[in-house]
Write a protein that binds this ligand. Structure first.
Ligand code: CO
Ligand code: CO
Length: 349
């Protein structure tokens, strides 16, 4: 791998950490009327807070739409393109769909000496899109001093196979398919606290499509499902709890993380988005977690191209984890459970 770091050096934050916080996002769209004469076709839209939009073209033909673009998550431009594509495709898999086509979203500096790097980004994304069975059919470019790249993805989903955020049911077990720590690792790598060799494990995880996980879980009676991205595990757990009107208990010890996460969080490595996530999640948190200087901060770490968080009947949980591990998600684990309560909450123990 040749690490040609021109774009990486221009990035103000890495990957999904550049995302607007959940609180600011809610405020931004509050009170705006997005409805139109097509509202009847919209199965999942602004109100449902799902990972992707779903539009019914006919009774049995539903299309799934999503977009994501991120700042460089690697100093290797080809890898950055691969990660950005896997990240953008992820919401389709979270909802149980299959991607068909995608559009490039390119915001890159004008400098000619960066052209080769930009082409590498596009190549990397194309290989991942191809492996997902999705064709990149066009796109749009903007000259921007800060680089951003991603995809707008269109896919299909079978109506009875859709997985919603709101499907979590009391008594179900929660499973996470990838380890946490991409935010901390990107920060640490930017600061020179880990080397390229250490960083590879995070890069490989971010490049990994959630398609294999999606295929495996499709065989089970899944309750709720979402992918862990910019709001961190805690933020996405709160979103699932709110949508499903349940409580969620997360077992901190059971949450898989990259090898050096404990060491790096103890050194105070975090991403700038973490505080915003804490503000959003705070009102729903129960028990512990007051001391965010500690290792628990990993629950608020914004993930780029993170894994799926799935709720399934408790009696299926272990078999499903085994099957996920066999399909390559070697660190998939049961990380908590869905519980009842008088209000929506997330508790960490
Ligand atoms: Co998502
Ligand atoms: Co997204």
């Amino acid at each position: 791998m040749t690490r040609t770091a021109g774009l990486w050096k221009l990035a103000t934050s890495g990957g999904c950490a550049a995302k607007l916080g959940p609180f600011d996002l809610d405020k931004l769209i509050l009170g705006i009327d997005f409805h139109s004469c097509r509202t009847d076709m919209v199965i999942a839209g602004q109100e449902t807070h799902d990972d992707a939009a779903i539009v019914a073209l006919s009774e049995d033909k539903w299309t799934v739409l999503t977009t994501d673009f991120i700042s460089p998550a690697s100093d290797d431009p080809f890898t950055y393109g691969q990660i950005a594509a896997a990240n953008a495709l992820s919401d389709v898999y979270a909802m149980g769909g299959l991607p068909l086509v995608a559009l490039n979203i390119c915001c890159f500096p004008r400098q000619l000496e960066l052209r080769d790097e930009v082409r590498q980004v596009l190549r990397g994304a194309a290989t991942v899109a191809q492996s997902a069975g999705a064709e990149i059919v066009g796109g749009h470019t903007i000259v921007s001093s800060a680089p951003f790249y991603g995809l707008a993805v269109t896919g299909v989903v079978t109506p009875r196979k859709v997985r919603y955020m709101s499907g979590a049911k009391v008594g179900q077990a929660l499973i996470l398919t990838k380890p946490l720590g991409t935010g901390v690792y990107i920060s640490a790598y930017k600061q020179g606290l880990i080397n390229a060799q250490d960083f590879v494990v995070a890069e490989e995880s971010m490049i990994t499509l959630n398609s294999a996980a999606s295929d495996v879980i499709a065989k089970y009676s899944v309750g709720g499902c979402t992918d862990i991205t910019g709001f961190g595990l805690a933020g996405h757990a709160v979103k699932m709890a709110k949508a499903s009107k349940v409580g969620i208990r997360l077992c901190l010890e059971a949450v898989p993380v990259f090898e050096r996460v404990a060491q790096l969080t103890a050194m105070g490595v975090s991403t700038r988005n973490t505080d915003e996530i804490v503000i959003f999640v705070r009102d729903y948190l129960r028990g512990g977690l007051q001391n965010l200087d500690s290792y628990a901060a990993i629950l608020f770490d914004p993930q780029t191209s993170g894994g799926l968080l799935i709720s399934v009947p408790a009696h299926d949980a272990e078999t499903l984890v085994e099957e996920l591990r066999g399909a390559g998600m070697r660190e998939a684990a049961i990380v908590g459970e869905v519980v009842s309560g008088d209000s929506v909450f997330v508790e960490v123990y």
